[in-house]
Design a protein around this ligand. Structure first.
Ligand SMILES: Nc1ncnc2c1ncn2[C@@H]1O[C@H](COP(=O)(O)OP(=O)(O)OP(=O)(O)O)[C@@H](O)[C@H]1O
Ligand SMILES: [Mg+2]
Length: 275
């Protein structure tokens, strides 16, 4: 790309427009000019974004715009990918996420993750939930039982499974499996829950249960959710980030993003004109 074409390309994307609802507790994550390349292909460009503590933040945008990449960058799940380069930084409660001395396992415990397809282990319901404690070497049966109950209550699954904790988790319905995965994610008592299209494999009833759950969990946890479902973003989140071609275009109060976005590009996306 020559210099003139490059500068035109740059001016096509002006800097992000922000009108975020702040949390009384301030931001929990601060993303500062973050860039990411898969090999030679740049997937994220100059992302500057604060994730507000105790609120739900939705990431929206067309397929391939970098939502999952940004989400996986937060807890360094991208570390597993070869030929990855990053620039800029991110902080979790002031801790540089890409700092040289960061304990990545510890970091991932502070930021639990739930994926698109429920991924329980082929083990009992109990073992699935307390897996993070097992990894930590916890052996005390009472501690494990209490943690299991607390996490399953937290994920609104306890009443449905309390009499069958020894059954194989793969025998649960898809929606129950996803709530089990949320229980497993919260069993290690994270600060942040990262959810990448957690309802896309679920039916409408299971989806509304997860949405209710998200509503109950916010406050105690900060939640970042990627979704293709505009109604879902509008229902569950307080702030919404609209991404396009690896850039954060507009990031603001959810109601404003959906009713009076500042940019026509955002308007076109949320009204279904493209994407
Ligand atoms: N492991 C990878 N190696 C190389 N390129 C990748 C990898 N993962 C993602 N990409 C590329 O990075 C860009 C952003 O992908 P990403 O998965 O973050 O998009 P997305 O917004 O989550 O899309 P979708 O809505 O389809 O899930 C895309 O161009 C994609 O092809
Ligand atoms: Mg994705």
């Amino acid at each position: 790309m020559n210099a003139i074409a490059k500068s035109n390309a740059e001016t096509e994307f002006e800097s992000t427009v922000y009108h975020v609802t702040p949390s009384p507790d301030g931001p929990v994550i601060e993303i500062d000019d973050f860039n990411l390349w898969y090999g030679a292909a740049q997937a994220l460009f100059n992302v500057v974004m604060n994730i507000e503590k105790g609120l739900v933040t939705a990431l929206i945008g067309p397929s391939g715009c970098g939502k999952s990449t940004l989400l996986r960058s937060l807890n360094r799940m991208n570390d597993l990918i070869e030929n990855l380069t990053i620039g800029g930084g991110m902080k979790l409660e002031g801790l540089p996420i890409y700092g040289p001395k960061v304990d990545v396992i510890g970091l991932r415990k502070r930021m639990g993750m739930v994926f698109q397809k429920p991924n329980p282990f082929p083990k009992s319901i109990f073992e699935n939930v307390i897996y993070p404690l097992r990894v930590d070497g916890v052996r005390d049966g009472t501690v494990l039982a209490e943690a299991c109950e607390r996490a399953l209550k937290g994920s609104a699954l306890w009443d449905e499974v309390k009499d069958r904790l020894d059954d194989n988790a793969l025998g649960l319905s898809g929606g129950q499996q996803q709530r089990l995965c949320i229980a497993r994610a919260i069993a290690s008592d994270p600060e942040v829950l990262l959810m990448d299209e957690p309802c896309s494999a679920l039916d409408p009833i299971a989806t509304s249960k997860i949405e209710e759950l998200i509503d109950e969990l916010k406050g105690h946890y900060t939640i970042v959710i990627v979704t293709h479902n505009m109604q879902q973003a509008a229902r569950v989140s307080q702030n919404t980030a609209f991404m396009y071609l690896g850039r954060l275009i507009e990031y603001g109060d959810t109601e404003e993003i959906f009713t009076s976005p500042k940019l026509s590009r955002t308007q076109d996306y949320v009204t279904g004109r493209f994407g």
